[in-house]
Design a protein around this ligand. Structure first.
Ligand SMILES: Cc1cc2nc3c(=O)[nH]c(=O)nc-3n(C[C@H](O)[C@H](O)[C@H](O)COP(=O)(O)OP(=O)(O)OC[C@H]3O[C@@H](n4cnc5c(N)ncnc54)[C@H](O)[C@@H]3O)c2cc1C
Length: 599
């Protein structure tokens, strides 16, 4: 056994104190005005609050609907469980014909962080930047300064790469930023089998955050010494003592105040502890409420598609396509392989006293492993033989499956009948799973208002598979690739077998036929939580654009959007790192626009 009860108790106290000493207190005093008001202390909001308050003259108010981050939220193994706390907005998609069919009431669960740190507190901590073509494509669409060469410095700015071998590559990595990156110290031998299977089938092992992305890798995580590094911990803890930053927690912004004549944003309204606040912004209001709430707040404040606002009795101040262009990464969920050893992760083997003692003593062992996601691989299905391809498919390897942790079924909101029939018979088995995930989707959805009440959840139309068939074909290639990997020597060592109880609604197509898998992916449609793009950045001539390349809302002065909603299209990356990059770049643009020199 590693560690002792004594060490674990001291470790627990040390961890609790780290959070107590780090977490910014809810500001006792809220001033009537600030230079900048940032709405939302999520990934983007935390980075921005840090960078803007570097300028002593800038007085900043950061407003967050959720409460403080708690110590237990930093324990990697609890990642999925955080979705069952108040730190989750708990969204559900609207039912649609061709997706989420096997989820409860035909609705997919879309969790989002409602806590200081935002979705970076709920997220699975995978750190991937995407491919250079993603950003060259953003720039090519009329957004100067967003090409990969220009944004690479912003990816590096926040990075503290603690994987020694990767840190040597100075062109792509940095060790001086706030966000620490690590491989988890504990993982199952199945992750090695995944990499070996890749090599056996002609792939190679790469650093996907460097030159090119095609290949296999252990995942780089935003972790520090075996614990979660949320944006809050990385960017707000270190600036706790800055006098020019105030934070209002448990404060829901209900409206951005805009003068309808001058079209200038001059403040915000928010509710906190039963009190209503109206606070002014001397310079700018910055909306960082994420891809679902940012469009909601804009629309409620009179910025959005005129017809839709009129339907909701909102006077339009500027008619803009807010809420359109919703994009996500999704995968077939539940593609499971059984094995004949006890090498996979199962909750009953993880949640043991021994492991708990080890975790609190040293931050090692199974509790320091994030939800079983261990390895990753990227493919360009259009140019399968190019090393420098543009990945459109990701295989996300999990050293367990829907049956390894009771919370998975709930987190994904899988219908009980479907789950019991398909996964009930293997519920005690050891398994591994792959999410074959679409990276460059063609389907697009939309966020609409339910009504103009800011306390009501907006409507989410995911529109998965609403394209001409491209998206399902890519996922199918991923399924075939995962099955190929399961047949390699590396995985046959464990006698890996594709779990073949068919989904009841798809059985008529014959298990493992292309048609079967098309039906399966529309049944267990699994979001990978990369919701974005609903306030698209684009040039003036782009009819879909909501913000300009400096992230200013068209037609309004003093209002920017800085979060995942400004992405013109989702990059071939998990979206936390790109969101940090956006915020780093935005901070420099804001400083520049207010005459502060940039170094
Ligand atoms: C379950 C899950 C797993 C994920 N896994 C990964 C992963 O492994 N790797 C990865 O790269 N990405 C992952 N992501 C995605 C990543 O976390 C997001 O892309 C990123 O955090 C988006 O940052 P953001 O600043 O745009 O929004 P958020 O971080 O969501 O921040 C928005 C903030 O605004 C606040 N807010 C909203 N409305 C209001 C209001 N009216 N008033 C006041 N405050 C408001 C919210 O409470 C929230 O704190 C995951 C996301 C989720 C939900």
């Amino acid at each position: 056994q590693r560690g002792s009860i004594f060490e674990a108790v001291s470790g627990f106290i040390r961890d609790s104190q780290r959070v107590l000493n780090g977490e910014l207190p809810d500001s006792e005093e809220i001033l009537p005005d600030y230079d900048f008001i940032i709405i939302g202390a999520g990934t983007a909001g935390c980075v921005l609050a840090n960078r803007l308050t570097e300028v002593e003259d800038f007085k900043v108010l950061l407003i967050e609907a959720g409460g403080s981050e708690q110590m237990f939220m930093d324990i990697p193994v609890l990642t999925t469980m955080l979705q069952f706390t108040d730190a989750n907005w708990n969204y559900r998609t609207e039912p649609q014909e061709s997706g989420c069919i096997g989820m409860r009431a035909g609705r997919c669960a879309w969790p989002r962080g409602r806590v200081v740190g935002g979705s970076s507190v709920l997220h699975s901590m995978m750190h991937t930047r995407g491919n250079w073509r993603d950003y060259d494509r953003w720039a090519g669409n009329g957004n100067p300064g967003w090409d990969y060469k220009s944004v690479l410095r912003y990816f590096k700015k926040s990075e503290n790469m603690q994987i020694p071998k990767l840190a040597k590559n100075k062109k792509f990595h940095s060790t001086s930023g706030e966000m620490t990156l690590q491989y988890p110290s504990w993982r199952t031998p199945l992750s090695k089998a995944f990499l070996q299977a890749g090599i056996e089938t002609g792939g190679k092992v790469i650093d996907y955050n460097a030159e090119n992305q095609i290949g296999y890798s252990i995942i780089q995580f935003t972790m520090n010494n075996g614990t979660r590094m949320s944006a809050n911990r990385a960017f707000l803890y270190p600036i706790r003592d800055r006098k020019n930053l105030h934070i209002a927690k448990n404060a829901l912004v209900t409206r951005i105040l805009i003068d309808p004549w001058t079209k200038r944003a001059y403040g915000v309204k928010f509710n906190k502890d039963g009190k209503k606040y109206v606070i002014s912004a001397r310079r700018e209001v910055i909306l960082s409420a994420g891809a679902i709430n940012s469009p909601q707040i804009l629309m409620i404040s009179g910025i959005g598609p005129k017809e839709h606002l009129t339907e909701n009795n909102i006077t339009t101040i500027v008619d803009l396509p807010v809420g359109y262009n919703l994009q996500d990464h999704w995968a077939l969920g539940g593609l499971t392989f059984t094995i004949n050893s006890t090498d996979s992760i199962r909750s009953e083997r993880v949640a043991t006293l021994e492991n708990i003692i080890e975790y609190f003593s040293y931050h090692t062992g199974p509790l320091s492993a994030p939800s079983g996601t261990e390895a990753i691989a990227f493919f360009d299905t259009k140019n399968p033989h190019s090393d420098d391809g543009y990945p459109d498919l990701e295989l996300l390897f999990v050293a367990g499956s829907l049956v390894s942790q009771p919370t998975y079924k709930e987190a994904f909101s899988i219908d009980n009948n479907v789950y019991d029939k398909v996964y009930g018979p293997i519920k005690n088995k050891d398994t591994w799973m792959v999410f074959p995930m679409l990276l460059l989707p063609e389907s697009k959805g939309r966020i609409k208002l339910k009504n103009k009440n800011p306390h009501h959840k907006p409507l989410i139309y995911a529109n998965y598979f609403s394209d001409e068939g491209h998206d399902q074909k890519v996922i199918l290639k991923g399924i075939r690739k995962a099955i190929e990997l399961s047949k390699t020597k590396a995985f046959q060592k464990y006698n890996s077998k594709l779990h073949d109880i068919p989904l009841p609604n798809c059985a008529r197509h014959g298990f493992n036929s292309d048609k079967y898998w098309y039906c399966a992916m529309k049944t267990i449609t699994n979001t990978i939580y990369h919701h974005c793009c609903t306030n698209k950045m684009g040039p003036n001539k782009d009819p879909e654009a909501v913000v300009d390349p400096r992230l200013r809302v068209y037609g309004i002065q003093g209002l920017r959007v800085v979060d995942a909603s400004i992405m013109p299209h989702v990059p071939a990356a998990h979206t936390n790192a790109p969101t940090m990059m956006i915020s780093e770049k935005a901070a420099d643009m804001i400083k520049e626009d207010w005459g502060i020199p940039i170094y």
